[in-house]
Design a protein around this ligand. Sequence first.
Ligand SMILES: Nc1ncnc2c1ncn2[C@@H]1O[C@H](COP(=O)(O)OP(=O)(O)O)[C@@H](O)[C@H]1O
Ligand SMILES: [Mg+2]
Length: 241
Amino acid sequence: MSEPLLRVENLNTYYGKSHILHDVSFEVGKGELVALLGLNGAGKTTTMRSILGLTRPRSGQVALDGVSVAGSPPHRIARMGVGYVPEGRRMFAGLTVLENLQLAENGRKGDWSIERVLQHLPKLRELSGRKAGRLSGGEQEMLAIGRAIVSNPTLMLIDEASQGLAPLIVQEVYRLIEELKQDGVAILLVEQNALLALKIADRAYVMDEGRIVYHGDAAALLKDRERIADLMGLNAGELAS
Ligand SMILES: Nc1ncnc2c1ncn2[C@@H]1O[C@H](COP(=O)(O)OP(=O)(O)O)[C@@H](O)[C@H]1O
Ligand SMILES: [Mg+2]
């Protein structure tokens, strides 16, 4: 049995006295696309922050390719090949698109140069001289993903890729995520739109109140419309197909 790329075991994370994550355990295999689903407030972002060392878990293990990293600082975890596309797409608003990409290149050798990212995202090339603060939501999401890619990660954590984007832009962003997967990058994808994520994921985990309450094949979960409706806080009838 080979070691998964990311193994999270019994994470417990607190904000002050509030116990947010309760014994969260899951895995992402090499090259696998795993969806992490759940309602607003379920603990998805906190899980990502705990993996990245941005919020230090009180207990539990995080291992990258068998190497324990729990308690390591974020820059060290990033250097081990973990890319992050944060919720809300934080970037340097006063810098241009190209400058944002240059800052993100941290010397990790790999297939994804700025040039290759721009080949895949022609819109970003057109906008390369524009200040990031003047981009639309969709353009910012592209830049946020582009920034994570140029560091040549083996694992990408993407938090709420589709949030606030027009449907056509969502399609473009998702096409890019699928290309990354085809390239062999493992992806942990957080989405509130469960249907969208399940269509491209291999496996899925569902969180509720800081706990993993379900895991299984994405295809199997995709057939369980009632559970998906539950996940998205909708009636089954409200789910468009
Ligand atoms: N910085 C913080 N301080 C205190 N509580 C927080 C903080 N960030 C998130 N929380 C709480 O932690 C819980 C999980 O939040 P979060 O991980 O952001 O959920 P999700 O990403 O699934 O919406 C929520 O109850 C939220 O209110
Ligand atoms: Mg969140």
